[in-house]
Design a protein around this ligand. Structure first.
Ligand code: KG4
Ligand code: ZN
Length: 340
């Protein structure tokens, strides 16, 4: 019985996982709190985690129908993430493990994202029997990366963003367009009524042979475009066309690079997770590209795309079962932790 905590950014999340089954998974999002600042304020995020974590942990145990004494191990995200935010969840989890005399598992946030596409059904169960070696696209507000998952718990990072993450690009472009934070979902909605071929924005690194991404130039090109076309984004139809055109550029790069990596790694399966994977057009284009190449596509369910503790618990359980993952109670959170 695993009690898992996730506090790497602005979601306070707790889950209870038993033999691959997610008995409860609660997420308290701080989005509204940070909205007025146009982005996540790290200190506010940490304080909010501190306020909410224990009540959410109690609720998660209650919802799972599990008593504290039944917990076999406690897991928490170790990194990467915001230092103060990570510290709250990581140290709380260590304290719980200490008090309960149970093992503690520190989990890499991105590694947890790698396994969220394998959690399916209602109630959620980790379907590792269906696991296939895959190329995983992890794409959110804080990260954009391609990973070759050769086997369970065996992966190699192929490439990541050199500057802004794709979600950050959505959010920053949205800010230029006067949209509320986080702008990704708003742009997604507006784009459905727009023509993606109206404006031609760059597709950075789309045809480069490496697996890295770069989105800051795209954001800058939108800034110059708006400077040269003042007032254009105030026209409702032009705004929709702009959203659709920028979205098309981001999606095209993500899909093209994912497909090339899948071909080079000779996998028959592509997975995707992270907040941006909620994007309608990205889902549609990934599905189309995978179908054309006869690749299996597994995209995490919407509620598992964004940050959650179910993926942390599932991975922690898997690691313990394979004799891995035990972390000392004196270990520290690692805000810059790289994925090996
Ligand atoms: O995974 P997540 O909840 O948090 C981290 O960044 O770790 O991802 C949030 C990001 C934000 O940048 C948000 O704008 C983006 O995911 N996002 C979307 C959509 N839904 C969320 N971007 C584009 N289209 C969406 N539908
Ligand atoms: Zn994440």
């Amino acid at each position: 019985m695993i009690l898992a905590l996730e506090t790497s950014c602005d979601e306070t999340a707790v889950a209870v996982v038993h033999q691959g089954r997610v008995l409860s998974s609660l997420v308290s999002s701080q989005t509204r709190l940070h909205q007025e600042y146009g982005g996540v304020v790290p200190e506010l995020a940490a304080r909010e985690h501190l306020r909410n974590l224990l009540p959410i942990a109690r609720s998660a145990l209650k919802e799972a129908g599990v008593r504290r004494e039944a917990i076999d191990a406690v897991a928490a995200t170790q990194g990467p993430g915001l230092p103060g935010a990570l510290l709250v969840g990581f140290k709380a989890a260590q304290a719980m493990a200490f008090a309960l005399h149970k093992p503690f598992v520190g989990i890499h946030h991105h590694e947890a994202h790698l396994y969220s596409p394998w959690i399916t059904g209602d109630p959620w169960v980790a379907d590792f029997a269906a696991f296939h070696p895959n190329v995983a696209l992890i794409v959110s507000g804080g990260h954009t990366m391609l990973v070759h998952v050769r086997a369970e718990l065996d992966h190699r990072v192929l490439g990541s963003t050199l500057d802004d993450a794709a979600g950050e690009c959505f959010d920053k472009v949205g800010k230029l367009l006067g949209l509320p934070y986080p702008a990704g979902p708003v742009m997604d909605r507006l784009a459905t009524g727009g023509n993606p071929r109206t404006y031609d924005f760059p597709r950075p690194k789309k045809n480069d042979p490496d697996d890295d991404f770069s989105f800051s130039g795209l954001k800058t090109s939108v800034r110059y475009f708006l400077r040269d076309h003042p007032g254009l984004a105030e026209d409702p139809q032009r705004l929709k066309d702009l959203c659709a055109s920028v979205q098309a550029a981001i999606v095209e790069v993500l899909v093209a690079k994912t497909m090339r990596a899948a071909g080079r790694c000779a996998v028959d399966c592509v997975t995707a997770a992270g907040g941006v994977t909620c994007n309608t057009e990205l889902r549609r284009q990934l599905a189309r590209a995978c179908a054309a190449r006869r690749l299996t596509l597994r995209v995490a369910e919407a509620a598992l795309c964004t940050d959650n503790a179910a993926m942390v618990g599932v991975l922690a359980e898997r690691k313990l079962a394979c004799g891995q993952g035990l972390t000392g109670l004196d270990a520290e959170p690692a805000p810059g932790l790289a994925l090996g």
